[in-house]
Design a protein around this ligand. Structure first.
Ligand code: NAD
Ligand SMILES: O=C(O)C(=O)C[C@@H](O)[C@H](O)[C@H](O)COP(=O)(O)O
Ligand code: ZN
Length: 354
C-alpha cells in the first residue's frame, strides 16, 4: 500500500482493491452512509455499500447522471432529500464513488448538508485519483460557468483503488493524463520525462510507468494543497490551463472532457506566456509535443472568441475586471500573469485556432 499524506490533514491511499476496504477507513461512530455513484459504476457502488453494511452501517447507494450532468443543483437537491429522508446526522458520511464529476458532487453535498458532514472519496478515473478527489475543492456547474458554486471541504480519506482503472474507457484515461502532464509542467519535470520516454505506454492504463505517474501527480497535488488549502496564493498553480480550458468547456456546454479542455488550455497559456515574452517558443512546442504524443488535443477553432472571453472573466482567479492567468517562465516555474495586454490574449487565441 502506498500512502501520500496531505500534510497532517488526511491520507491518499493508493492500492489495488482498497475501495471495498472502505470500512477500515470510515472512522468511529458512523451509523449511516450515502454511496454516490454514476450508473457506469453501479457494481462498484453496490460493493462499497455492501462492505459498509457488513460492518453494521446503514448504507444506501444513490445513482447519479453520468459525467458533467451530475454536477447540477437539481442532482445535489435530490441527494440532500435522500440525506434528509434517511436522517443523516453530522457523524454520518457521504462516499463518492466515481470520476471527478461524482467526487466534486459528493463533496459538495457533504459540505453543505447540515453545513458539513464527512466525505470519503473513492475516485475511479485517472483524473479523479490524481486531481479531483484530492484537495477538497468541491462544486457544481451553473449555466454561467464551470464550478461556479462550491466549497472547500477536505475528505476524511481518499481511496485510489487502481484495479478499477482496468475498465476506464481509453478516451477518459487520456483525458486524465492532461492533469498528470499539468503536474509535470508546474512542479515535477520527471513526469514529462516519463511520458516522453514512451508516450504509447503512458497512453495505456497498464503501461509500465502508470503507478509512478499516478503517485508523482498525487504528490504534486497533495504538497501544493497542504501548503495552501484554500487557494490563497500558491494553490493557483494547480489551475494551470484552466482559465481558457473552463471557458472552452462552457462554450461546448460541458460536453467536452475536462482533461481535453485543460490540454487545450495549457497550450493557450503557453502561447500567452510566449506572446508576453516570459516563455521561450521551444517550451510552447514542448507543450504541443507532450500532449499530442499521448493523444490530447492542442488546438481549438470555435470562432466564438467573445463567448470565450466572457467565460474567462468569470474565472475564480479574476479580480474585478482584471484577468489573471497562471503561466510558466520555464518548466516547473509557474508565475501569475495579471491584466495581460489584450493583444497577447487574442494572439494566443489565434495561435491555437489554427
Ligand atoms: N475538485 C477538483 O480539484 C477537480 C480537479 C480536477 C477536475 N475536477 C473535475 O472533475 C471532472 C472530470 O472528472 P473525470 O475526468 O473523472 O470525468 P467523469 O467523472 O465524467 O468520468 C469520466 C467517464 O468515465 C466513467 N467512469 C468512471 N470511472 C470508470 C471506470 N473505472 N470504468 C469505466 N467507466 C468509468 C464515468 O461514468 C464517465 O463517463 C470535471 O467536472 C472537473 O471539473 C475537479
Ligand atoms: O485543486 C485545484 O486547486 C485545481 O485548480 C485543480 C484543477 O485541476 C481542477 O479542475 C479544479 O476543480 C479547478 O478549480 P476552479 O477553482 O477553477 O473551479
Ligand atoms: Zn482540472
Amino acid at each position: 500500500m502506498s500512502v501520500v499524506k496531505v500534510g497532517d490533514v488526511y491520507d491518499v491511499v493508493i492500492e489495488p482493491a482498497c475501495a471495498t476496504r472502505v470500512s477500515e477507513f470510515i472512522g468511529n461512530g458512523v451509523q449511516r452512509a450515502l454511496v454516490v455513484h454514476p450508473e457506469s459504476m453501479r457494481a462498484l457502488g453496490e460493493r462499497v455499500t455492501a462492505a459498509l453494511r457488513d460492518v453494521g452501517v446503514e448504507a444506501y447507494a444513490a445513482s447519479v447522471p453520468d459525467a458533467e450532468p451530475a454536477k447540477t443543483a437539481a442532482v445535489a437537491a435530490d441527494l440532500w432529500s435522500l440525506l434528509g429522508q434517511h436522517g443523516f446526522t453530522r457523524t454520518d458520511v457521504v462516499v463518492g464513488v466515481g470520476g471527478g464529476t461524482v467526487t466534486d458532487l459528493a463533496g459538495f453535498v457533504a459540505a453543505t448538508w447540515l453545513r458539513g458532514v464527512p466525505v470519503i472519496q473513492v475516485p475511479t478515473t485517472l483524473l479523479g485519483m490524481v486531481d479531483a478527489a484530492v484537495g477538497g475543492k468541491t462544486g457544481i456547474n451553473t449555466a454561467e460557468g464551470k464550478n461556479l458554486v462550491g466549497s472547500f471541504h477536505e475528505p476524511r480519506v481518499v481511496l485510489c483503488d487502481t484495479d478499477v482503472l482496468a475498465t476506464l474507457p481509453q478516451a477518459d484515461w487520456v483525458a486524465g493524463l492532461a492533469e498528470v502532464v499539468k503536474a509535470g509542467f508546474i512542479v515535477d519535470p520527471v513526469i514529462l520525462d516519463l511520458v516522453a520516454s514512451d508516450p504509447a505506454a503512458a497512453a495505456r492504463a497498464d503501461g509500465p510507468h502508470t503507478v509512478e505517474l499516478i503517485e508523482r501527480a498525487i504528490r504534486v497535488k497533495a504538497d501544493v494543497v497542504a501548503a495552501d488549502l484554500r487557494e490563497s496564493s500558491l494553490r493557483e498553480i494547480l489551475n494551470y490551463g484552466h482559465t481558457f480550458g473552463h471557458a472552452v468547456e462552457q462554450v461546448e456546454q460541458f460536453t467536452m472532457r475536462h482533461g481535453e479542455a485543460v490540454a487545450i488550455g495549457m497550450v493557450y497559456a503557453a502561447e500567452l506566456a510566449c506572446a508576453a515574452g516570459v516563455l521561450d517558443r521551444s517550451l510552447v512546442d514542448r507543450h504541443r509535443e507532450v500532449l499530442t504524443s499521448v493523444g490530447l488535443p492542442t488546438s481549438y477553432a470555435s470562432g466564438r472568441w467573445a463567448e470565450l472571453e466572457t467565460a474567462m472573466r468569470r474565472d475564480k482567479k479574476t479580480r474585478g475586471s482584471m484577468l489573471r492567468f497562471v503561466v510558466l517562465e520555464d518548466i516547473a516555474r509557474p508565475v501569475r500573469l495579471e491584466g495581460p495586454d489584450e493583444d497577447w490574449v487574442r494572439a494566443a487565441y489565434a495561435a491555437i485556432s489554427g
